[in-house]
Design a protein around this ligand. Structure first.
Ligand code: A3P
Length: 335
């Protein structure tokens, strides 16, 4: 697979098949690019994003390491940004009928589906777009001084992110197995049991989608310290503790702070209620809908902090904490 960087005549094409390969994380092959591991099928999209995506000053990117609260952040940001057109209590609100991933799409996934198209060009401003790319791999035209674009990053305790990622990968592998049984399409990684120990070793080594987590988090943390008006850094656990306050922060950062009238009417609380895990779990599209790799219901599991203790030994927890601590050393951020 060749994905041209398109940076001009001198640019070397990115040859995906020459990049380091990881075949043990189901159901995708992973390739290492720019120090991070990605599903191989996304590489053409990652390259196309850097060269083809045309940012607008009003764009807001929602960035995250996978399984850190992306779905929730998508719902909250979408509901907040579009509350004039779609009041959160409205029965026909898009989030009552559609999965958050259908309301806010992933940049690199969209370009991977068709690297020559710009699916986002048709969206009205302000656009809300998601990404799992680490900060250094965001399009330069987006991060450039003066570009005006904003990024909201959500991070999560590595132990909970790991458990969530492992269980999600098992669900994807099971869906792949079902797909293979139906002979829909061949899957790169043959369906196989994905045990906790194997998943843990891979995660500790950063060999998981978006990994390693520590450098992913520190890239956004450092950007948020350097350009606080451009990068907002949120923590999943703090959002669970005080969702309304975090939605206020989000609205203010996105340039659509809640007015005094809205505050008096409890609109921030309405947004939080609309996007709560229980509310989203009950949406028909999330109960029965399905996407290529997984059923929609897989995005909504427990949604709590500390579930890792039901799956990991204290020794595993200490090891993973140590790895992430080391990666974050000197950044000024710690979990
Ligand atoms: P758990 O597997 O620990 O329950 P992502 O959206 O980045 O894929 O992250 C998935 C995690 O976010 C899952 O965690 C999921 O349950 C949780 N989640 C999904 N929707 C949520 C919501 N509305 N509120 C809080 N957590 C949510």
């Amino acid at each position: 697979m060749v994905a041209s960087t398109g940076d001009g005549d001198m640019a070397e094409p990115l040859v995906a098949s020459s990049l380091p390969l990881e075949t043990r994380f189901p159901p995708f092959h992973l390739r290492q690019h720019g120090g991070f591991w990605f599903p191989e099928t996304l590489l053409p999209g990652i390259v196309a994003v850097r060269t083809r995506f045309a940012p607008r000053p009003s764009d807001v990117f929602l960035a995250s390491f996978p399984k850190s609260g992306t779905t929730w952040l998508k719902a909250l940001a979408f509901a907040t940004a579009h509350r004039a057109d779609h009041p959160p209590h409205a029965p026909d609100h898009p989030l009552r009928h559609r999965n958050p991933h259908d309301c806010v799409e992933f940049l690199e996934v969209s370009y991977a589906l068709d690297p020559t198209a710009d699916a986002f060009a048709a969206l009205p401003s302000p656009r809300v777009i998601a990404t799992h790319l680490p900060y250094p791999l965001l399009p330069e035209r987006f991060t450039a001084e003066g570009a005006g674009c904003k990024v909201v990053y959500v991070c999560r305790d590595p132990k909970d992110a790991f458990v969530s990622a492992w269980l999600f990968a098992r669900k994807m592998a099971a869906a792949a197995a079902a797909g293979a049984a139906n002979d829909d399409e061949p899957w790169p990684v043959p369906p196989k049991p994905f045990g906790m120990e194997e998943a843990f070793e891979l995660f500790c080594d950063g060999r998981c989608p978006g990994g390693p987590q520590g450098p992913h988090v520190s890239s956004y943390w450092e950007a948020s310290r350097r350009w606080p008006e451009k990068v907002l850094f949120l923590q999943y656990e703090e959002m669970l503790q005080d969702p309304v306050d975090n939605v206020r922060k989000l609205a203010e950062f996105m340039g659509c702070a809640f007015s005094m009238e809205e505050e008096a009417a409890g609109v921030a609380r309405d947004v939080v209620d609309l996007c709560s895990i229980d509310a989203l779990k009950n949406v028909e599209a999330n109960k029965r809908g399905s996407r290529k790799y997984v059923k929609n219901e897989a995005f909504f599991r427990k949604g709590v902090a500390g579930d890792w203790s039901n799956h990991m030994t204290p020794a595993m927890a200490a090891r993973l904490d140590g790895i992430v601590e080391d990666a974050l050393q000197g950044s000024g951020f710690a979990f």
